[in-house]
Ligand binder design. Sequence first.
Ligand code: ZN
Length: 382
Amino acid sequence: MHTSPIPTPMDGIDVFWHEGMLNHDSGSGVFDSGLDPGFLDVLEKHPENADRVKNMLSILKRGPISPYISWHFGRPARIPDLLSFHTQEYINELIEADRNGGKMLCAGTFLNPGSWDAALLAAGTTLSAMKHILDGHGKIAYALVRPPGHHAQPTQADGYCFLNNAGLAVQLALDSGCQKVAVIDIDVHYGNGTAEGFYKSNNVLTISLHMNHGSWGPSHPQNGSVDEIGEGQGFGYNMNIPLPNGTGDTGYAYAMTELVIPAVQKFEADMMVLVVGQDSSAFDPNGRQCLTMEGYREIGRMVHFLAARQSGGRLLIVQEGGYHVTYSAYCLHATLEGVLNLPLPLLSDPIAYYPEDEAFAVKVVESIKQYQKGTFPFLKGA
Ligand SMILES: [Zn+2]
Protein backbone atom coordinates (compact mmCIF):
# COMPACT_ATOMS: atom_id res chain seq x y z
CA MET A 1 0.00 0.00 0.00
CA HIS A 2 2.98 2.32 -0.39
CA THR A 3 2.54 5.35 -2.57
CA SER A 4 5.36 7.05 -4.49
CA PRO A 5 9.08 6.89 -3.65
CA ILE A 6 9.91 7.35 -0.02
CA PRO A 7 13.46 8.26 0.99
CA THR A 8 13.64 5.57 3.69
CA PRO A 9 10.91 3.91 5.74
CA MET A 10 12.10 5.76 8.86
CA ASP A 11 11.46 9.08 7.15
CA GLY A 12 7.78 8.35 6.69
CA ILE A 13 4.63 8.11 8.71
CA ASP A 14 2.55 4.96 8.94
CA VAL A 15 -1.09 5.99 8.90
CA PHE A 16 -3.73 3.64 10.30
CA TRP A 17 -7.27 4.08 9.06
CA HIS A 18 -10.53 2.21 8.44
CA GLU A 19 -13.42 3.67 6.48
CA GLY A 20 -15.94 2.08 8.85
CA MET A 21 -15.25 4.99 11.19
CA LEU A 22 -17.20 7.22 8.81
CA ASN A 23 -20.38 5.38 9.82
CA HIS A 24 -20.63 7.21 13.15
CA ASP A 25 -23.28 9.87 12.53
CA SER A 26 -23.78 12.37 15.35
CA GLY A 27 -26.77 13.89 13.59
CA SER A 28 -27.56 17.58 13.18
CA GLY A 29 -29.19 20.39 15.11
CA VAL A 30 -28.13 23.70 16.60
CA PHE A 31 -24.37 23.16 16.71
CA ASP A 32 -23.74 20.05 18.88
CA SER A 33 -27.02 20.04 20.79
CA GLY A 34 -28.82 17.51 18.62
CA LEU A 35 -31.85 19.79 18.95
CA ASP A 36 -33.77 21.73 16.32
CA PRO A 37 -35.98 24.40 17.91
CA GLY A 38 -37.22 25.26 14.42
CA PHE A 39 -35.72 28.74 14.03
CA LEU A 40 -33.24 27.92 11.29
CA ASP A 41 -33.77 26.90 7.68
CA VAL A 42 -30.26 25.47 7.40
CA LEU A 43 -29.05 23.19 10.16
CA GLU A 44 -25.42 22.17 10.25
CA LYS A 45 -24.17 18.70 10.88
CA HIS A 46 -22.90 17.99 14.38
CA PRO A 47 -19.32 19.39 14.47
CA GLU A 48 -17.88 15.91 14.99
CA ASN A 49 -18.96 14.64 11.58
CA ALA A 50 -17.44 12.37 8.95
CA ASP A 51 -16.62 15.23 6.54
CA ARG A 52 -13.85 16.59 8.73
CA VAL A 53 -12.09 13.24 8.69
CA LYS A 54 -12.75 12.65 4.98
CA ASN A 55 -10.74 15.81 4.31
CA MET A 56 -7.94 14.71 6.63
CA LEU A 57 -7.82 11.45 4.69
CA SER A 58 -7.82 13.11 1.28
CA ILE A 59 -5.18 15.73 2.11
CA LEU A 60 -2.82 12.98 3.24
CA LYS A 61 -3.58 11.03 0.04
CA ARG A 62 -3.38 13.90 -2.40
CA GLY A 63 -1.43 16.66 -0.61
CA PRO A 64 2.31 17.18 -1.05
CA ILE A 65 3.02 15.06 2.04
CA SER A 66 1.58 11.96 0.35
CA PRO A 67 4.99 10.49 -0.70
CA TYR A 68 5.89 10.23 2.98
CA ILE A 69 2.76 8.34 3.96
CA SER A 70 2.28 4.57 4.09
CA TRP A 71 -1.28 3.36 4.56
CA HIS A 72 -2.35 0.55 6.87
CA PHE A 73 -5.73 -0.96 7.67
CA GLY A 74 -7.17 -0.49 11.12
CA ARG A 75 -9.30 -3.11 12.85
CA PRO A 76 -12.01 -3.22 15.48
CA ALA A 77 -10.98 -3.59 19.11
CA ARG A 78 -12.23 -6.67 20.91
CA ILE A 79 -14.12 -6.17 24.15
CA PRO A 80 -11.30 -7.57 26.35
CA ASP A 81 -8.93 -5.01 24.74
CA LEU A 82 -11.04 -2.23 26.23
CA LEU A 83 -10.81 -3.42 29.81
CA SER A 84 -7.21 -2.28 30.20
CA PHE A 85 -8.58 1.28 30.48
CA HIS A 86 -12.36 1.12 30.91
CA THR A 87 -14.50 -0.68 33.47
CA GLN A 88 -16.64 -3.64 32.43
CA GLU A 89 -19.68 -1.81 33.77
CA TYR A 90 -19.13 1.17 31.47
CA ILE A 91 -18.48 -1.03 28.44
CA ASN A 92 -21.69 -2.90 29.22
CA GLU A 93 -23.52 0.43 29.25
CA LEU A 94 -22.23 1.22 25.76
CA ILE A 95 -23.10 -2.24 24.42
CA GLU A 96 -26.57 -1.90 25.89
CA ALA A 97 -27.00 1.59 24.39
CA ASP A 98 -26.04 0.23 20.99
CA ARG A 99 -28.45 -2.71 21.35
CA ASN A 100 -31.27 -0.33 22.22
CA GLY A 101 -30.72 1.67 19.05
CA GLY A 102 -28.73 4.55 20.54
CA LYS A 103 -28.44 6.94 23.45
CA MET A 104 -27.32 10.44 24.30
CA LEU A 105 -24.62 9.64 26.84
CA CYS A 106 -24.00 13.23 27.86
CA ALA A 107 -24.31 16.69 26.30
CA GLY A 108 -23.42 16.60 22.60
CA THR A 109 -22.38 12.95 22.76
CA PHE A 110 -24.67 10.71 20.73
CA LEU A 111 -24.25 6.99 20.31
CA ASN A 112 -26.37 6.30 17.23
CA PRO A 113 -26.76 3.17 15.09
CA GLY A 114 -23.29 2.53 13.63
CA SER A 115 -21.51 4.54 16.32
CA TRP A 116 -20.45 1.61 18.47
CA ASP A 117 -18.82 -0.23 15.55
CA ALA A 118 -17.03 3.00 14.62
CA ALA A 119 -15.87 3.48 18.22
CA LEU A 120 -14.51 -0.09 18.29
CA LEU A 121 -12.67 0.63 15.03
CA ALA A 122 -11.19 3.84 16.42
CA ALA A 123 -9.91 2.01 19.50
CA GLY A 124 -8.63 -1.02 17.56
CA THR A 125 -7.01 1.13 14.88
CA THR A 126 -5.13 3.14 17.51
CA LEU A 127 -4.00 -0.10 19.18
CA SER A 128 -2.77 -1.38 15.79
CA ALA A 129 -0.80 1.81 15.25
CA MET A 130 0.87 1.49 18.66
CA LYS A 131 1.58 -2.22 18.12
CA HIS A 132 3.22 -1.36 14.78
CA ILE A 133 5.69 0.83 16.66
CA LEU A 134 6.17 -1.63 19.53
CA ASP A 135 6.91 -4.43 17.05
CA GLY A 136 9.58 -2.28 15.42
CA HIS A 137 7.86 -1.97 12.05
CA GLY A 138 8.00 1.81 12.07
CA LYS A 139 8.88 4.71 14.33
CA ILE A 140 6.12 7.20 13.65
CA ALA A 141 2.51 6.06 13.38
CA TYR A 142 -0.61 8.17 13.12
CA ALA A 143 -4.03 6.81 14.07
CA LEU A 144 -6.53 8.74 11.94
CA VAL A 145 -9.57 7.92 14.03
CA ARG A 146 -13.04 9.02 15.03
CA PRO A 147 -15.05 9.18 17.21
CA PRO A 148 -12.37 10.94 19.27
CA GLY A 149 -11.32 9.58 22.65
CA HIS A 150 -9.40 11.86 25.02
CA HIS A 151 -12.42 12.90 27.11
CA ALA A 152 -13.58 9.31 27.65
CA GLN A 153 -12.79 8.34 31.22
CA PRO A 154 -12.53 4.82 32.61
CA THR A 155 -16.17 4.95 33.72
CA GLN A 156 -17.93 7.46 31.48
CA ALA A 157 -18.32 9.10 28.08
CA ASP A 158 -17.69 12.81 27.63
CA GLY A 159 -17.29 15.46 24.94
CA TYR A 160 -18.09 13.41 21.78
CA CYS A 161 -15.85 10.58 23.09
CA PHE A 162 -16.80 6.99 23.98
CA LEU A 163 -13.56 5.01 24.18
CA ASN A 164 -10.19 6.51 25.06
CA ASN A 165 -8.18 5.53 22.01
CA ALA A 166 -4.92 7.12 23.17
CA GLY A 167 -5.31 5.78 26.72
CA LEU A 168 -5.75 2.24 25.44
CA ALA A 169 -2.61 2.61 23.31
CA VAL A 170 -0.61 3.97 26.26
CA GLN A 171 -1.70 1.01 28.37
CA LEU A 172 -0.67 -1.36 25.57
CA ALA A 173 2.79 0.25 25.54
CA LEU A 174 3.11 -0.23 29.32
CA ASP A 175 1.89 -3.83 29.09
CA SER A 176 4.47 -4.43 26.34
CA GLY A 177 7.42 -3.34 28.47
CA CYS A 178 7.62 0.42 28.11
CA GLN A 179 8.59 1.99 31.43
CA LYS A 180 7.67 5.63 30.88
CA VAL A 181 5.22 7.06 28.40
CA ALA A 182 4.84 10.80 27.83
CA VAL A 183 1.54 12.05 26.43
CA ILE A 184 1.39 15.56 24.95
CA ASP A 185 -2.19 16.60 24.22
CA ILE A 186 -2.62 19.76 22.11
CA ASP A 187 -6.35 19.44 21.44
CA VAL A 188 -7.98 22.69 22.57
CA HIS A 189 -9.85 20.86 25.34
CA TYR A 190 -8.40 19.27 28.46
CA GLY A 191 -7.51 15.62 27.88
CA ASN A 192 -9.36 14.78 31.07
CA GLY A 193 -10.11 11.17 30.20
CA THR A 194 -6.49 10.26 29.55
CA ALA A 195 -5.40 12.19 32.66
CA GLU A 196 -8.01 10.39 34.78
CA GLY A 197 -6.93 6.97 33.49
CA PHE A 198 -3.33 7.51 34.60
CA TYR A 199 -3.91 9.91 37.48
CA LYS A 200 -2.35 7.54 40.02
CA SER A 201 0.50 6.36 37.79
CA ASN A 202 4.07 7.61 37.69
CA ASN A 203 4.71 5.60 34.52
CA VAL A 204 2.74 8.03 32.41
CA LEU A 205 3.38 11.77 32.27
CA THR A 206 0.18 13.26 30.92
CA ILE A 207 0.57 16.82 29.66
CA SER A 208 -2.35 18.81 28.29
CA LEU A 209 -2.25 22.28 26.73
CA HIS A 210 -5.77 23.57 26.52
CA MET A 211 -8.21 26.44 26.56
CA ASN A 212 -9.03 27.46 30.11
CA HIS A 213 -12.58 26.09 29.92
CA GLY A 214 -12.93 24.47 33.32
CA SER A 215 -15.41 21.76 34.22
CA TRP A 216 -18.44 21.49 31.93
CA GLY A 217 -20.69 19.31 34.03
CA PRO A 218 -20.97 15.83 35.51
CA SER A 219 -19.38 14.16 32.47
CA HIS A 220 -16.34 16.43 32.81
CA PRO A 221 -15.83 17.09 36.54
CA GLN A 222 -12.13 17.94 36.11
CA ASN A 223 -11.15 21.60 35.83
CA GLY A 224 -7.96 21.20 33.83
CA SER A 225 -6.35 23.63 36.25
CA VAL A 226 -2.65 23.72 37.14
CA ASP A 227 -3.26 22.17 40.56
CA GLU A 228 -4.75 18.90 39.26
CA ILE A 229 -1.39 17.16 39.24
CA GLY A 230 -2.08 13.52 40.02
CA GLU A 231 -2.54 11.41 43.15
CA GLY A 232 -0.63 8.79 45.12
CA GLN A 233 2.25 7.46 43.05
CA GLY A 234 1.02 9.67 40.23
CA PHE A 235 1.45 12.86 42.27
CA GLY A 236 3.31 15.28 40.03
CA TYR A 237 2.77 13.31 36.81
CA ASN A 238 -0.21 15.18 35.38
CA MET A 239 0.69 18.56 33.97
CA ASN A 240 -2.12 20.90 33.03
CA ILE A 241 -1.30 23.96 30.99
CA PRO A 242 -4.47 26.05 30.67
CA LEU A 243 -3.71 28.82 28.20
CA PRO A 244 -5.57 32.11 27.72
CA ASN A 245 -7.81 32.63 24.71
CA GLY A 246 -5.86 33.82 21.70
CA THR A 247 -2.56 32.29 22.83
CA GLY A 248 -1.51 31.78 19.20
CA ASP A 249 1.56 30.30 17.53
CA THR A 250 4.16 32.19 19.56
CA GLY A 251 2.42 31.53 22.86
CA TYR A 252 2.15 27.80 22.18
CA ALA A 253 5.80 27.60 21.13
CA TYR A 254 6.72 29.40 24.36
CA ALA A 255 4.68 26.96 26.47
CA MET A 256 6.28 24.01 24.68
CA THR A 257 9.80 25.40 25.17
CA GLU A 258 9.39 26.52 28.77
CA LEU A 259 7.16 23.80 30.18
CA VAL A 260 6.69 20.73 27.99
CA ILE A 261 10.16 20.05 26.60
CA PRO A 262 12.04 20.35 29.92
CA ALA A 263 9.47 18.15 31.69
CA VAL A 264 9.52 15.39 29.09
CA GLN A 265 13.32 15.44 29.04
CA LYS A 266 13.54 15.17 32.81
CA PHE A 267 10.92 12.40 32.80
CA GLU A 268 12.97 10.33 30.31
CA ALA A 269 10.10 8.86 28.37
CA ASP A 270 10.77 5.74 26.33
CA MET A 271 7.55 6.18 24.31
CA MET A 272 5.97 9.40 23.11
CA VAL A 273 2.32 9.99 22.26
CA LEU A 274 1.12 13.20 20.59
CA VAL A 275 -2.62 13.63 21.01
CA VAL A 276 -3.58 16.11 18.31
CA GLY A 277 -6.71 18.18 17.83
CA GLN A 278 -6.97 20.92 15.23
CA ASP A 279 -9.61 22.65 17.34
CA SER A 280 -6.76 24.79 18.71
CA SER A 281 -6.72 26.50 15.31
CA ALA A 282 -7.67 30.09 14.58
CA PHE A 283 -10.87 29.12 12.79
CA ASP A 284 -12.33 26.36 14.91
CA PRO A 285 -15.93 26.74 16.11
CA ASN A 286 -15.01 24.95 19.35
CA GLY A 287 -11.86 26.82 20.34
CA ARG A 288 -10.32 30.24 20.82
CA GLN A 289 -6.61 29.49 20.80
CA CYS A 290 -5.69 30.84 17.35
CA LEU A 291 -3.00 28.42 16.17
CA THR A 292 -2.23 28.57 12.46
CA MET A 293 -0.62 25.96 10.22
CA GLU A 294 2.81 27.33 11.12
CA GLY A 295 2.06 26.94 14.83
CA TYR A 296 1.10 23.29 14.33
CA ARG A 297 4.17 22.76 12.15
CA GLU A 298 6.42 24.13 14.88
CA ILE A 299 4.83 21.96 17.57
CA GLY A 300 5.32 18.99 15.25
CA ARG A 301 9.03 19.86 14.91
CA MET A 302 9.45 20.16 18.67
CA VAL A 303 7.80 16.78 19.20
CA HIS A 304 10.04 15.32 16.50
CA PHE A 305 13.16 16.45 18.39
CA LEU A 306 11.78 15.28 21.73
CA ALA A 307 11.04 11.82 20.31
CA ALA A 308 14.46 11.67 18.64
CA ARG A 309 16.17 12.37 21.96
CA GLN A 310 13.88 10.50 24.34
CA SER A 311 12.25 7.53 22.73
CA GLY A 312 14.54 6.59 19.86
CA GLY A 313 12.20 8.47 17.54
CA ARG A 314 9.20 6.33 18.52
CA LEU A 315 6.07 8.44 18.34
CA LEU A 316 2.38 7.61 18.17
CA ILE A 317 0.09 10.40 16.99
CA VAL A 318 -3.61 10.08 17.78
CA GLN A 319 -6.36 12.16 16.15
CA GLU A 320 -8.85 13.92 18.43
CA GLY A 321 -10.97 17.02 17.72
CA GLY A 322 -10.74 19.64 14.98
CA TYR A 323 -14.02 20.85 13.56
CA HIS A 324 -13.34 23.32 10.76
CA VAL A 325 -13.85 21.05 7.78
CA THR A 326 -11.15 22.74 5.65
CA TYR A 327 -8.62 24.13 8.06
CA SER A 328 -8.40 21.04 10.28
CA ALA A 329 -7.10 19.02 7.32
CA TYR A 330 -4.54 21.71 6.45
CA CYS A 331 -3.37 21.97 10.07
CA LEU A 332 -3.00 18.20 10.23
CA HIS A 333 -0.84 18.33 7.10
CA ALA A 334 1.33 21.02 8.68
CA THR A 335 1.66 19.06 11.96
CA LEU A 336 2.89 15.98 10.12
CA GLU A 337 5.34 18.09 8.07
CA GLY A 338 6.76 19.24 11.41
CA VAL A 339 6.84 15.74 12.85
CA LEU A 340 8.88 14.66 9.80
CA ASN A 341 11.15 17.68 10.35
CA LEU A 342 10.99 18.61 6.69
CA PRO A 343 13.33 21.52 5.92
CA LEU A 344 10.74 23.66 4.16
CA PRO A 345 6.95 23.90 4.40
CA LEU A 346 5.25 21.76 1.76
CA LEU A 347 1.89 23.47 1.88
CA SER A 348 1.09 27.15 2.33
CA ASP A 349 -1.68 28.44 4.56
CA PRO A 350 -4.82 29.09 2.48
CA ILE A 351 -6.42 31.33 5.09
CA ALA A 352 -4.92 34.64 6.13
CA TYR A 353 -4.60 34.74 9.88
CA TYR A 354 -5.25 37.47 12.38
CA PRO A 355 -2.57 39.39 14.22
CA GLU A 356 -1.64 37.75 17.49
CA ASP A 357 -0.45 39.06 20.83
CA GLU A 358 1.34 36.50 22.94
CA ALA A 359 2.17 38.86 25.84
CA PHE A 360 -0.57 37.55 28.13
CA ALA A 361 0.16 33.94 27.23
CA VAL A 362 3.84 34.43 28.11
CA LYS A 363 2.87 35.81 31.54
CA VAL A 364 0.56 32.86 32.18
CA VAL A 365 3.21 30.35 31.13
CA GLU A 366 5.72 31.99 33.48
CA SER A 367 3.32 31.74 36.40
CA ILE A 368 2.56 28.08 35.61
CA LYS A 369 6.31 27.42 35.51
CA GLN A 370 6.83 28.91 38.96
CA TYR A 371 3.93 26.86 40.32
CA GLN A 372 5.23 23.62 38.83
CA LYS A 373 8.79 24.15 40.07
CA GLY A 374 7.51 24.36 43.60
CA THR A 375 5.03 21.50 43.36
CA PHE A 376 6.17 18.71 41.02
CA PRO A 377 8.71 16.55 42.88
CA PHE A 378 10.41 15.34 39.69
CA LEU A 379 10.87 18.91 38.45
CA LYS A 380 12.43 20.27 41.62
CA GLY A 381 15.84 21.72 40.88
CA ALA A 382 15.05 21.68 37.16
ZN1 ZN B 1 -11.24 19.17 21.49
